[in-house]
Design a protein around this ligand. Sequence first.
Ligand code: HEM
Length: 485
Amino acid sequence: MAFFLLYLSLFLCSSTFFYLLFLRFTLQRRLSLPPGSFGLPIIGETLQLISAYKTENPEPFIDDRVNRYGNLFSTHIFGERTVFSADPEVNRFVLQNEGRLFESSYPTSISNLLGKHSLLLMKGNLHKRMHSLTMSFANSPIIRNDLLVDIDRLIRLNLDSWTNKVFLQDQAKKITFSLTVKQLMSYDPGEWTEQLRKEYLLVIDGFFGLPLPFFFTTYGRAIKARTKVAEALRLIVRERRKEFEENINNRKKDMLNALFLEEGGGISDEEIVDFLVALLVAGYETTSTIMTLAVKFLTETPLALAQLKKEQEGIRAKKNETESLEWSDYKSMPFTQCVINETLRVSNIISGVFRRATTDVNIKGFTIPKGWKVFASFRAVHLDQDYYKEARTFNPWRWQNENDISEAPSTASSQGNTYTPFGGGPRLCPGYELARVEISVFLHYLVTKYSWEPAEKDKLVFFPTTRTQKNYPINVHRRKLGHEL
Ligand code: HEM
């Protein structure tokens, strides 16, 4: 019997292997797939992908295959046939054809954490409507007239509490969390928001762990924390809906209010909760990582730090010490914008986006078959020497002639065709301007209030491709404007 089972399993394994091999060659001939390799049956090249990202090299998996096959290659990861693109034209095509030839596609493990009504998972007209609602809550006039005052106040509040040694990534996360909660539902930081944030940290960890839903795994704990976060938000939504209905003349001007107003209250509490959870996820880790890494790069590039300080001190010198920043101040920080651009170029944690082809798509002489996944890698383009000279060096001055930051990030520079840190097309990040303003205000107060040096030998890897970098401890020293204390 044992012999028979062994024989059967050997037979099944080898026939699956030859079937996949056959499939690969016939598909490759029939459809002219981008060249590549599908690795082992079932697991494909998933292990190579995971182990590559444990190194400090920013794009090992992609670099290696681009050298062998070119900017468009096929692979098989996480159980799916996938085309990787390191080609800016293909990336743009994929982004612009969202909803026509491609649709966004996340594994179930991720959608369970986001919630099925999150903007990232919505499709069609509903997505269009909710995307533009989100945009209308983070556009320039709203930031200028409503949000900037809170951004300024909450960042200052956080920085004023610093003494001696601070863990920069932690502080940046506290800042972005409190700003998002304020913007979404008008809550100031306090015990409640801190409790919620702690649960949130567990949810975020779930995005990076193996999706095994047991109580002792990171993913299992994330699912549990997600339920708690949803419960807490549900209570707020219920309370606020009641207030909204009773208090017609004195409503708050936040995102929650806008959601209640949508089509006469047509969005259920459950949908609103999912929507809020995903918005908190989208703006939190991304913005706080860029804040932390901008400081790290500035620390390691003293000339850039000196130039940014001069710019920010110039702005502060025209104001008294406690006066808030205004929109015109934000608009007169050209070098700070170069630093933000460059930090986003070299170390955005969103290295690219996944989509699924909804039909056979012909591009650049190849076919991406219907049902296949596509990974449009922004980072591979951002770190390509063909588009950025000495692409793997932090050099904010490269943006100096491009510093007219326009309203659309894809046109933020003449390199706009290759520079897509906020994606593009119908899913363009609705928080792109908000993130820039938050990072700019943070840098303003950091350099005008403090000087600092790293507190430990650097533990943060240069490119945050792995979760090994957790924090960036610095020793801070309070300054009087223009003087080191
Ligand atoms: C440095 C900070 C940020 C970066 C690098 C970033 C990057 C991105 C990228 C690349 C996408 C496109 C995803 C896709 O096409 O599938 C995206 C989508 C999104 N971002 Fe951001 N983001 C940042 C900050 C924010 C902030 C502050 C918010 C809060 C309003 C936000 C909210 C969103 C939402 C809701 C989506 C989904 C849009 C959709 O699917 O229609 N992001 N972000």
